[in-house]
Ligand binder design. Structure first.
Ligand SMILES: Cc1cc2nc3c(=O)[nH]c(=O)nc-3n(C[C@H](O)[C@H](O)[C@H](O)COP(=O)(O)O)c2cc1C
Length: 310
């Protein structure tokens, strides 16, 4: 990531979502935003329990509930998980960090104790389904937190260093970390961030591709309609963009990318996303697929090869 505080936030354009909603749930869902700045006020235990209970009642595949949540409140451990998450300030600041994990361990042990057959940890689609479920449980908790005046923000960066998360949280076999949610009382107001319009993400009946003009218009509307959100050209930024492009697609592409930015008069948000922020070359270096898959396999999930019946 290019550390450059003069750049506008990569998350996009701040906006104010207004409107009248038929009920409080819809207002909350439409006006929510991620909170990255927390006050020191701790969360009363009964409030936290009510919020967490919402996760118990979330939809889940087959009502198996293959999720575990590690609640971290110890300041030292929060500091350690913050470091694993790339040092993101909000992770250390939030009085409660929740790490949501896929957990097939409980069910595997249950099956063993009751002499039932079990292949879920050898089935890729089941592993992925559990990943989906974790996100759904986490989001129920996220919205429940909003409803009682708490703020929250996810940190997907725990997936950058899953081995360290497993070690820090003592995760046993068949348990794999997915995402962290920092929870606390907001300090200040939570911004709304501009999103795609509904018709950009909604397709009637079957998938319909936008043409190039429509696609660019949709992204420009979301990110650069306000010139204050533009990433201005300077030689340092262009140099990093060039280096990233050259490493992943070669010299000719790097030259075209920089020329495109110069011609536009600014660095496009997508050049910034993958050229300067989530740098395409570093993402590859740090998280090679085989390393990641090996970590999953080492966690007990033997799901990247065909299953051989007994
Ligand atoms: C799976 C996932 C991972 C995320 N990881 C991070 C993260 O590591 N750091 C961060 O600041 N925000 C993270 N976020 C929050 C998003 O950046 C945020 O939801 C998005 O920018 C939209 O803004 P909003 O939530 O304020 O509407 C994550 C969100 C999700 C769903």
């Amino acid at each position: 990531m290019l550390k450059d505080r003069k750049m506008p936030s990569h998350h996009g354009v701040e906006t104010k979502v207004t409107g009248s909603y038929p009920n409080e749930t819809l207002r909350l869902l439409n006006q929510r935003g991620s909170c990255r700045s927390f006050s020191e006020k701790s969360i009363p235990e009964d409030v936290l329990t009510q919020v967490l209970e919402a996760g118990v009642h979330a939809p889940n595949a087959g009502n198996l509930q293959v999720v575990s949540i590690i609640k971290i409140m110890d300041p030292e451990r929060r500091k350690k998980i913050q470091k694993i998450c790339g040092g993101q300030k909000f992770v250390g600041e939030a009085p409660v960090n929740l790490v949501f994990c896929v957990d097939w361990r409980r069910d595997k042990r249950w099956a063993e104790l009751e002499v039932a057959p079990f292949t879920a940890t050898s089935t890729l689609s089941w592993f992925l389904m559990a990943f989906e479920e974790v996100g759904i449980v986490a989001q129920s908790i996220c919205i429940a937190a909003d409803s009682v005046g708490l703020g929250s923000c996810y940190a997907g960066t725990i997936l950058n260093r899953p081995k360290e998360v497993i070690e820090l949280l003592n995760l046993p076999e068949y348990v794999f970390p997915v995402v962290l949610l920092g929870l606390g009382y907001p300090s200040g107001t939570i911004p709304n961030i501009k999103k795609h319009k509904l018709n950009t993400i909604l397709h009637d009946e079957v998938y319909t591709d936008m043409n190039d003009e429509e696609l660019l218009a949709a992204f420009n509307e979301k990110y650069t309609a306000q010139s204050t959100n533009r990433v201005e050209l300077n030689e340092k930024r262009l140099g990093v963009l060039y280096e990233t492009c050259e490493q992943v697609h070669g010299k000719e592409f790097a030259e075209r990318s920089v020329a495109h930015a110069r011609q536009q008069g600014f660095i496009s948000p997508v050049q910034r996303y993958f050229g300067l922020h989530y740098r395409a070359n570093l993402v590859l270096d740090q998280r090679t697929n085989s390393d990641f898959m090996n970590t999953i396999v080492k966690a007990g999930f033997d799901c990247f090869k065909d299953y051989k019946p007994h």
